[in-house]
Design a protein. Structure first.
Length: 119
């Protein structure tokens, strides 16, 4: 959790969060700050997301549903007004090894050497 000097807003460093959750025991101070940030920012916790997912339709049964789901994922991952996903878009959410594993699996990954996936 850090404060941006330019804008005064708080942000979470994902890499620090990964290290906190997998390698070390968090201090009470770190956990308190993280919890208060999540509660005040409107971020969803994993358990809340899983509960919401359980209430929703959990199986895609048509091409229309698949396209709709893909568009929602694209909108949430790609930069504003982008026409394709770039490697750096995925690196915000995944480790580099995971990106290199899944990126070529996208149907639109014709130009993998350009590190872009077209939709």
């Amino acid at each position: 959790l850090s404060k941006s000097k330019k804008f005064g807003s708080r942000r979470i460093d994902i890499e620090k969060l990964r290290k906190l959750s997998t390698k070390s025991i968090a201090s009470a101070w770190s956990v308190k700050r993280l919890v208060s940030y999540v509660m005040s920012s409107g971020l969803s916790t994993i358990s809340r997301t899983v509960d919401d997912f359980g209430k929703a339709e959990s199986e895609i049964t048509s091409e229309w549903e698949a396209r709709n789901c893909a568009q929602r994922v694209f909108k949430n991952v790609a930069k504003h007004n982008a026409k394709y996903l770039e490697e750096e878009d995925l690196l915000r959410f995944l480790k580099s090894e995971e990106v290199y594993t899944i990126f070529p699996l996208f149907e639109g990954a014709r130009d993998w050497k350009d590190h872009k996936v077209f939709f």
